[in-house]
Design a protein around this ligand. Structure first.
Ligand code: GLU
Length: 458
């Protein structure tokens, strides 16, 4: 017997969603980021469920909010002084209806189970939106790579993989990078996997080096993809990036390649930041200098202002959102852009905000942007270029092939346009044209829900 009326009234739907919300909160206490990500999805689903009440049956929602598997493990390692350290490792394998679990690893002191679950939950719908065959998962550790030597990072990665290897595989679960995990870490992780398993299994990790199974454009993909998504949103308003003033937060992989692509499209990018402060560069950010400081030297962003001289200044403790701009690309971390910052951006005349990071805007900030008619690209659509290019890396690995830069970038462009159009058309279909949050959540959810329904009660 169906649990819900076949002609689901809006009252029946909100009761069903509210009781699910309450149940998830009760079973997952102390995980505010997971609750936030969950609420954003559930808040979007009412119009879909009204049109397709059968999606309320078979415990579909109840299943989708519960990870298929959650792994937590000890990661012991020795620092350079010979002191034993113990961190905690996580891998949350959230949903494999569409393909092997796919999603990055984050190494940052803020990582805990709730953070990994929020990221894994987002990843399900993000990956579904790409249209590719990838399920959703996420992992990481509370290990802080900052200030650690290469040898310490290597020992940590080797210990982390010594447990993780038994849970992953090219057909099972395919990790990649995220905050604190870049090419160096993926190299150490891949080396240890290869050593333990005695398999040269390229498709087990993505974000590999170009000489050993990596894909062109993977390093650039999240930032490039976010700018391509923002360009599609601007195009809907008859605009493009040419001559636009852009603010970017962060100075990691996503920020760097967002800046590079926005500049290539003719934008004037004014800022970059780290957790201590930000730089404003009136001449436009020198992306090669930024790469040298952040990717090679792994130094603080304040160093950029010192080296760049006159046109740049460093603001200690502030946020880039205080700098007036036409387009804002939050590319640092979750909840970095709150209500006050959103109001400041609106006062400064912002036209579009596109999330390079995962959930960088708080729900209150999103509300303010929405009320003021700002085009808003949610991370699960706007930053999906990274994971989409990971799926292209998996495809090249499976075929033992390698595509040139132009070919991969072309495919990335097509995928980002597809994600934009799917989200936009879905928002129109459900009566909220231009609401990319609603469009992305409904389109992503529908694809996963259909696959889960077809595959039965598992
Ligand atoms: N960490 C990235 C994300 O948040 C990329 C994941 C991947 O390539 O698997 O989507």
């Amino acid at each position: 017997m169906p649990k819900y009326p076949t002609e689901a009234s809006s009252a029946a739907i909100s009761t069903a969603l509210d009781s699910l919300r309450a149940e998830v909160l009760r079973r997952n206490p102390g995980e505010p980021e997971f609750h936030q990500a969950l609420n954003e999805v559930l808040d979007s689903l009412a119009p879909l469920l009204a049109a397709r009440p059968e999606l309320l049956d078979a415990g579909l929602l109840e299943r989708i909010v519960e990870p298929e598997r959650q792994i937590m493990f000890r990661v012991p390692w020795q620092d350079d002084a010979g002191v034993t350290r113990v961190n905690r490792g996580f891998r949350v394998e959230f949903n494999s209806a569409l393909g092997p679990y796919k999603g990055g690893l984050r190494f940052h002191p803020s990582v805990n189970l709730g953070v990994v679950k929020f990221l894994g939950f987002e990843q399900i719908f993000k990956n579904a939106l790409t249209g590719l065959s990838i399920g959703g998962g996420k992992g990481g550790s509370d290990f802080d790579p900052r200030g650690r030597s290469d040898a310490e990072v290597m020992r940590f990665c080797q210990s982390f993989m010594t447990e993780l290897y038994r849970h992953i595989g090219e057909h099972t679960d395919v990790p990649a990078g995220d905050i604190g995990v870049g090419g160096r870490e993926i190299g150490y992780l891949f080396g240890q996997y290869r050593r333990i398993t005695n398999r040269w299994e390229a498709g087990v990790l993505t974000g590999k080096g170009l000489g050993w199974g990596g894909s062109n454009v993977r390093a650039e993909a999240t930032g490039y993809g976010n700018v391509l998504f923002a360009a599609e949103m601007l195009a809907k308003r008859g605009e493009d990036f040419e001559g636009q003033q852009v603010v970017v937060s962060g100075s990691g992989n996503v920020a760097i390649y967002s800046i590079e692509k926005a500049q290539a499209l003719g934008a004037h990018v004014l800022t970059a930041s780290d957790s201590a402060g930000y730089v404003v560069d009136e001449k436009g950010i020198d992306v090669e200098l930024l790469k040298e400081i952040k990717e090679v030297e792994r130094a603080r962003i304040s160093e950029y202002a010192v080296r760049r001289g006159g046109s740049a200044r460093y603001v200690s403790g502030g946020q880039v959102w205080d700098v007036p701009a036409d387009v804002a690309l939050p590319s640092a971390t979750q909840n970095e852009l709150g209500a006050d910052s959103a109001a400041t951006l609106v006062r400064g005349g912002v036209k579009a905000v596109s999330e390079g990071a995962n959930m960088p805007c708080t729900p209150q900030a999103v509300e303010i942007l929405r009320e003021n008619g700002v085009a808003f690209g949610p991370g699960k659509a706007a930053n999906a270029g990274g994971v989409a290019t990971s799926a292209l890396e998996m495809r090249q690995n499976a075929a033992r092939d390698s595509w040139d830069f132009a070919e991969v970038e072309d495919r990335l462009r097509t995928i980002m346009r597809g994600i934009h159009d799917t989200a936009y058309e879905t928002s129109e279909k459900y009566g909220a044209p231009g609401d990319y949050v609603l469009g992305a959540n409904i389109a992503g959810f529908e694809r996963v829900a259909e696959a889960m329904t077809a595959q039965g009660l598992i």
